[in-house]
Design a protein around this ligand. Structure first.
Ligand code: FES
Length: 138
């Protein structure tokens, strides 16, 4: 898999997020508790930027209507049949690299947006950290 150098490690401290663009891809990058995650920046619901959302216990919450995605797997918590794209991240020579940005069938978004979220789904998770988007540092 090819990796693309996207930014300096020091520009994404713990608790921060960034939105990166590579060709047609827009990816939200997070430093959550010292671990880096990359997920497609477009919410599967109505396309809001996930990079502007907040994280609760490893789950990114869309800033628009609060759809939730597992940061590691991309699975939607409201509908486990839906999955957005996630990308492998590594650090080398103090730079952050993101993989899977090029055409790869094994990394597709799955499922179709349901017309409405079931009312029975409720979430009770304490907020741990709200990342701030440091786009200006890119
Ligand atoms: S656009 Fe993300 S939940 Fe609606």
């Amino acid at each position: 898999m090819k990796y693309l150098k996207v930014m300096k490690e020091e520009d994404l401290p713990i608790g921060k997020s960034a939105i990166i663009r590579a060709g047609e891809e827009e990816v939200a990058l997070f430093n959550y508790k010292g671990r880096l995650y990359a997920i497609a920046n477009k919410c599967l619901h109505k396309g809001a930027p996930l990079g502007e959302g907040r994280i609760e216990e490893g789950v990114i919450i869309c800033p628009q209507h609060e759809w939730r995605y597992n940061l590691e797997t991309g699975y939607c918590m409201q509908n486990p049949e839906m999955k957005t794209r996630v990308f492998p991240v590594k650090v080398q020579n103090r730079h952050i690299y993101v993989g899977g940005l090029f055409k790869d069938d094994s990394n597709k978004a799955l499922g179709k947006a349901p017309s409405k979220i079931p009312d029975s789904i409720k979430f009770k998770i304490d907020t741990i950290r709200k990342p701030i988007n440091p786009e200006e540092t890119l």
